[in-house]
Design a protein around this ligand. Sequence first.
Ligand SMILES: N[C@H](CCC[C@H](N)C(=O)O)C(=O)O
Length: 275
Amino acid sequence: MKYTKMHGLGNDFIFFTDPNGTDTDYTELAKQLCHRQTGIGGDGIIVVVPSNVADTRMRIINADGSEAEMCGNGIRCFAKYVYERGIVTKEKFTIETLAGIMEPTLTVEDGKVTLVTVNMGKPSFNAADIPMDIKADKVLNYDVDVDGVTYKVSSVLMGVPHTEVFVDDVTKVPLTTLGPKLERHPLFPRGTNVNFVKVVDDSHIKVRTWERGAGATLACGTGCCASAVMAHENGLTGREVDVAVYLGTLHISYSEDGTVFMTGPAAEVFETELA
Ligand SMILES: N[C@H](CCC[C@H](N)C(=O)O)C(=O)O
């Protein structure tokens, strides 16, 4: 089987195509391939499978084997992968995901995809959609207790569940201690990704993420979208925000009608054959 290693700002994935992969259980394969010592290494695997409702379909399985509904950095890489292999030949097309149909628009130079803008759809704010076990139309600055300490969180569904914690310095956040405790907090029946956010000014934020099913990652695309959306909903930024992560920046546009557009790079590292 041919595997391709790709990343979006360091959020890395192992890609392959499976024409018969519509219902395949990839749990064990994901754990095996994502292992950083005994496998290829990655935050997840991403599989190209057929779609009846879009030009193609993306399945994303986290390193722990759990399947996620969507992946922002992954879908930019997915768009590059399918275009450069001729699976899709248009520079604007549709991708079926468990979170709905997403629409990438490609920047192509000499046949190579150099930048991808994705229509990520609209966030869902109601606690029941996230899901979060409280009654709220929108979850802003909600008090959550973790080991006797109260944190103010803002949670949202941006394809996948995201919980925002606004901080003064993203280099001093309890990513690997508080991250997993919020990820699996009883308030979130399907878990949550956790983003620590520093607001720099009206159009710049910095984000560090602990991902559901993958742990601390170098970037999280849906997390950058969720962070920009909730920074605006908290009155802290405008609707056009550059989100800085370890290895670069995503531009998030949160339109007046609620639609979110994410623009950023996608990189192919290597391709290999494994038995
Ligand atoms: N770990 C996430 C899925 C991948 C999201 C992230 N890698 C992104 O770029 O959006 C979850 O289980 O919700």
